[in-house]
Design a protein around this ligand. Structure first.
Ligand code: IPM
Ligand code: MG
Length: 358
């Protein structure tokens, strides 16, 4: 098969980590008999510098002509927080999610066997293992609700962000979560704030209906504040965690932190039609950009997710994941995961080591 891949290399360490991931794709292609055509797409801070907007006209169309999108990282302090949305890198991220219909954001947080001692939690907790899949709703809720800023008569200026969720939006993300749970350990934890929010009460009502339909899957409701606590107390209890956009933003950072290695975590954003978008969950790390220091593993594992979820190629995905684990098991580390006294290898060397294992 020949696949056409859009590459949004982006800002900071983005181009370096995407560069290594592309070489891994090519190596997998050679081994399994696939070929790839790459299309560069300009988006983020670099696009502001080049053409004056973070999300240049035609970005979505270019991506839609491809089978999948691989993104490095966008943003950085250089572009600050302009009041002009065209000049904010985040605008591009939110726009591409919406324009490509990427309503389901899958963020696996797993403790890799070779790095169990990087887990910042108690040893007994780490020993139980962590292997959860955060399923975050990505195109609705407060991120996309109506915003306003206005003057009141007696309370000064006021701002408002509306959080709305429809039955359709909740049901489709819920189905994704239950389907994923069937392929994993068969448990869904739905996170909401139904003791306060009306959107959460509708969320819960729909999740309960789905739980009956997927009666083979174990189901529980967890209030978001409790979920934040349980994630550090006993993360091993979670399999699939499904939640709305902003709760998911916050909890997925927490989930990544407890694995001790944010540089290792991939993500997938998918909708009902291609292309899906794959990216590491770490940011653009401008402080180490261009120095061959960044960890390319999260981006390389994002390629594995692309093979699994966009191309239905589980063997190719597993080959990448095994190669990464083998390199880590041999003790190779990039600076972000090296312990004091351990020597670290650079971005390119890490990419090379992983390719050699394929
Ligand atoms: C993420 C990021 C984005 C989000 C920001 C950069 C807009 O934090 O992908 O989690 O909040 O969705
Ligand atoms: Mg976030």
């Amino acid at each position: 098969m020949n696949y056409k891949i859009a590459l949004i290399r982006g800002d900071g360490i983005g181009p370096e980590v995407v560069g290594e991931a592309v070489k891994v794709m090519e190596a997998v292609g050679e081994k399994f008999g696939h070929s790839f055509q790459f299309v560069d797409v300009l988006m983020g801070g670099c696009a502001i510098d080049a053409v004056g907007k973070s999300y240049p006209d035609g970005t979505a169309e270019k991506c839609k002509s491809c089978d999948a999108v691989l993104l490095g990282a966008v943003g950085g302090p250089k572009w600050g927080h302009s009041t002009n949305p065209d000049k904010r890198p985040e605008t591009a991220l939110l726009s591409i999610r919406k324009d490509l219909g990427l309503y389901a954001n899958l963020r696996p947080a797993a403790l890799r066997p070779a790095l169990a001692d990087a887990c910042p939690l108690k040893k007994e907790t780490a020993e139980k293992g962590i292997d959860l899949m955060m399923v975050r709703e990505l195109t609705g809720g407060i991120y996309f609700g109506k915003r306003a800023r206005y003057q009141t008569e007696d309370r000064g200026e006021e701002a408002s962000d509306l959080m709305a969720y429809s039955q359709l939006e909740i049901e489709r993300i819920g189905r994704r979560a239950f389907e994923l749970a069937r392929l994993r350990r068969g448990k869904v934890s739905s996170v909401d704030k139904a003791n306060v929010l009306e959107t959460s009460r509708l969320w819960r009502q729909i999740m309960h209906k789905l739980a009956q339909e997927y009666a083979d899957v174990e189901y529980e409701d967890v209030l978001v504040d409790n979920a934040a606590m349980q994630l550090v107390r006993d993360p091993g209890q979670f399999d699939v965690v499904v939640t709305e956009n902003m709760f998911g933003d916050i909890l997925s950072d927490e989930a990544s932190m407890i694995t001790g290695s944010i540089g290792l975590l991939p993500s997938a954003s998918i909708g009902d039609t291609a292309p899906g978008l794959y990216e590491p969950i770490h940011g653009s790390a401008p402080d180490i950009a261009g120095q061959d220091k960044a960890n390319p593993i999260a981006t390389i594992l994002s390629v594995a997710m692309m093979f699994r979820y966009s191309f239905q190629l589980p063997d190719e995905a597993a080959a990448i994941e095994c190669a990464v684990d083998a390199v880590l098991a041999e003790g190779w580390r990039t600076a972000d995961i090296a312990k004091p006294g351990e020597t670290a290898v650079g971005t390119q060397k890490m990419g090379e080591l992983i390719r050699a294992k394929l």
